[in-house]
Design a protein around this ligand. Structure first.
Ligand SMILES: [Zn+2]
Length: 145
């Protein structure tokens, strides 16, 4: 079999199954990486799987451990790997791997506006805690009354 040049690989959106997510979560945690919802450059605000870490070493160990258990997942990750430097640390992210089903370990608990469906951080002053409606909708209603 001839090796394919990387540019010819057709990328599709990957959504991992729950057992595959569990594997990623287990080894990320063992290798000091934090699962993060991330939107990189040219992603137009779309979120993908991201891993927060302090060193390339940790990420390399993670990839080896994943490959040792499931080489197909490791290949998906390796093919899609993109890196951003975040001040003190690194974010390793995978623009074509959906965040669906993962939990962002840094996430605040989110609520959803009953009117427009926008998400807001519970307990913040972005919304009216009594009505569960975001400030934008509250203001719009006040104008229309
Ligand atoms: Zn709203």
């Amino acid at each position: 079999m001839r090796a394919q040049p990387r540019s010819n690989i057709i990328r599709t959106q990957v959504t991992f199954k729950s057992a595959e997510r569990a594997l990623i979560e287990e080894y990320a945690s063992l290798c000091n990486l934090t699962i993060t919802r991330y939107s990189g450059r040219s992603m137009y605000g779309q979120y993908c799987l991201g891993l927060d870490g302090d060193s390339d070493n940790d990420f390399a160990k993670f990839l080896v451990e994943v490959a040792n258990n499931n080489v197909a997942i490791a290949r998906d990750l390796a093919n899609d790997l993109t890196t951003d430097n975040m001040g003190l640390g690194y974010i390793y992210y995978f623009p074509n791997i959906a965040f669906t089903g993962f939990t962002d370990e840094n996430d605040d608990e989110l609520g959803e506006c009953d009117d427009c469906g926008d998400e807001y951080v519970l307990g913040s002053d972005d919304h009216d805690p009594e009505t569960g409606i975001c400030n934008d909708c509250t203001n719009r209603k006040a104008i229309n009354v």
